[in-house]
Design a protein around this ligand. Sequence first.
Ligand code: HEC
Length: 138
Amino acid sequence: MTKPQIWVAAFLVLFILLFLLARVSKNIDQTTSPVTNPVPQTDLSSGDLTAPELLTKLGCITCHGPDLKGTNMGPALSGLSAFWSRDKLINYLRNPSSFMDSDRFKAFKKEYPNVLMPAFGNIDVKDLGKIAEYLLQL
Ligand code: HEC
């Protein structure tokens, strides 16, 4: 081998060694760092929770108040049966934004300009039914 060839060969070996070293240390990193799940695992399958328990668990009372009499983040939930049927109310909970055009909701929008009623489309319909029945008889 000529002298330049030896240099090239030496560099090649060096690079390969560095590459292997990097891989080994990466493997070590992976095995020592604990595997954490970034998505918090909240258990939303309710089992036999009662409607009031669901209202607490789903955070409804944060905005509508522990007694559902309303806060500055959400209206009181009373007398709902004058406006809602059971099915309509379930649909509303699943997708509140689809009701925004009614006058009732234009008024809400003015009263709670910075708060949005969240959608609960990922909640078991049976639970939403339980909630709807409970709210309608308040
Ligand atoms: C982040 C606050 C917030 C949370 C949490 C929340 N809501 Fe609401 N909710 C509102 C606001 C604000 C309105 C008024 C409509 C609007 O502006 O979107 C509303 C409206 C409603 C209405 C219609 C009231 C009416 O008089 O027609 C019902 C029913 C309702 N919420 C039930 C619930 C239930 C049940 C839950 C829990 C599963 C819940 N909300 C969680 C803020 C909230």
